[in-house]
Design a protein around this ligand. Sequence first.
Ligand code: SAM
Length: 303
Amino acid sequence: MPSEAPQLAPGLYLVATPIGNLGDITLRALDVLRRVDRIACEDTRQTQKLLNHFEIATPTVSCHEHNERARAAELIAEIERGAAIALVSDAGTPAISDPGGQLVRAALASGVPVVPIPGANAALGALVASGLPAASFHFFGFLPEKAGARRSFLEELAASAQADARKPAPTLIFYEAPHRILDTLADMEEIFGGLLHAVVARELTKIHEEFLRGTLAEVRRELAARERVRGEMVLLVESPRPQPSVPAPGAESASEKIAGRVARLVAEAGIDEKEALKRLARELGRSKSDLYRELQRERARRR
Ligand code: SAM
């Protein structure tokens, strides 16, 4: 049905769409989607279902991670000629773990107005209902897919844990796939310690919406006991506790002996550093990740 409302001002409109429940589309989103000249979509077929549901006949064009750069030039030229263009992703807010960032930067660089049309977002929906502190949070999107890279990322995160007790420790927010959630929880349990509070928010806004709350260990056990873990999910964890303070440079301390002991084990037992850390951790009655962090700090001091 053609709209009789006046034309929208030229610009790029970032329109949030529902993350599962069509009732979450906003009145303003519907109005903008009806009145723009074109809708740039992460997946035109996906967005078409939404447009059909709301009887919106605006033409669509694809704009996804593989063509975003090239498409940006074309869309910006169109806006400069007076067009209003909407950008939508498959679900939720564009540019949040979704395409859009490049287009926004290119639009701003060309002096084209960028207008947010806020709405659904899985991270924020999960955070506000999680029960974890919401005054300060750190959103990471998806963790690296490969186990080694993911563990290194988490180890660095633990090493840089908030040390100033006067500042609120941020809640950490991750997007995670159902087939990786158990491995990620197990890694966090080992690296952060199993006692941190965690929440898995699953299938938000859908019929089977669910919040699993508990310690990292409890949440992992609860999910592991299921026959299958499915659905879309957000993982929220309280910040890892601060590490013990780093000794002054040059001071003789137990931590400064870690590198030497690791090197000796590697040379004498013919094992790699990872295995050496494991053995040393057993010997000292400490966690491997704790020793690893000390080793990293020691090396950083020597640089
Ligand atoms: N741009 C989206 C947003 O604003 O939330 C996120 C897109 S990202 C490609 C998709 C990920 O978001 C999913 O893998 C899941 O981690 C999370 N997600 C999206 N919808 C969700 C839902 N209904 N419930 C829980 N998590 C969801």
